[in-house]
Design a protein around this ligand. Sequence first.
Ligand SMILES: Nc1ncnc2c1ncn2[C@@H]1O[C@H](COP(=O)(O)OP(=O)(O)OP(=O)(O)O)[C@@H](O)[C@H]1O
Length: 347
Amino acid sequence: MIQIENLSIRLPGFVLRDICLHVTPGEFFTLLGPTGAGKTLILDALVGIIPVTGGHILINGREVTGLPPERREIGIVYQDNALFPHLSVGENIRYGLRYRQKDRRKTGLNTDKLTEWLGIRHLSERSVLNLSGGEKQRVALARALATEPSVLLLDEPLSALDPNFRADIRDRLRRLHRETGVTVLMVTHDFTEAHFLARRTAILNRGRIEQTGPVREVFQRPVNPFVADFVGMKNIFPATLKRNVASVGTLRICLAAGATGDCIAIRPEDIRVLPADSADGTENHFPGEVTAVSSHGIYCDLCMQARDVHFRAILPYREVVASDLREGSRVTIAFDPADVHVLRSQP
Ligand SMILES: Nc1ncnc2c1ncn2[C@@H]1O[C@H](COP(=O)(O)OP(=O)(O)OP(=O)(O)O)[C@@H](O)[C@H]1O
């Protein structure tokens, strides 16, 4: 279990402010945020390699805020895996055992079992210098888990891998988490990874937590424009709300229920692109024009304009071809009132 209470770190040029995070025993929790948000600093504070200005850190109920790193029972895997180049795979994995606490949590894990699970047993005698990226990352995971830490921190362990390795390590991570029950806090930029691995997430921005909650809820119900943008809502508009109607530019957009806020957001995949003659006065059906189409293989991004408002939609490539959608096509832009999310730009 990880408890971070009102953690602050003040550095020249950056402040991490009032961070509160609770990761329950055995949970897989992700910390998401753009580059420079302060994610790694939180991990550094948990490991004990950066002094904190204020607040408390507890691991399994034990305050560790002032303890040296080796007394915290925390394993960590970095993005660049930080293996010792002069040691073999087996020596790298066994390295951490010398610092293992005598009263550690006993999971019954041994290095044989770990290397078996991670598919690297046959590499034990090899140098780490000529391993593939995916193999190195599996060795780093084995090294971190060999000490049977009660808490495992992962700092973007998948981001330096090519897509095939990434999927493989992601699957192994999920399995390892299920089999060991270790509490995991993972830093990532990637919402897909959070969906796949974690139940809950926190979104960090400029040293502050913007939203914490179940991954799906944060994805579907962001609380402010920053989180909405981060989870890919794309259509985020300042709006004036009156009962069930949001005024955006000269458009009147119907909402499913009255809400208070000063912005609305619509996911690009919730926008339907219908034939031009479908805008027959039905609510949230607006005549418009396609201004750009960009193909990403199996799907396309569409930019469209309805009066003075610009919309972004994502459509399957074959639908774009079948409807012959191109720059200049006249269309109807449509969406359900239930897919219009009301946000507040100020807390
Ligand atoms: N030891 C340090 N001294 C001064 N500033 C630091 C130090 N470590 C980090 N920073 C600054 O703190 C800010 C947050 O850094 P951090 O590495 O936590 O970001 P991040 O969210 O992990 O970003 P990324 O996703 O790019 O790794 C950055 O502006 C960074 O330059």
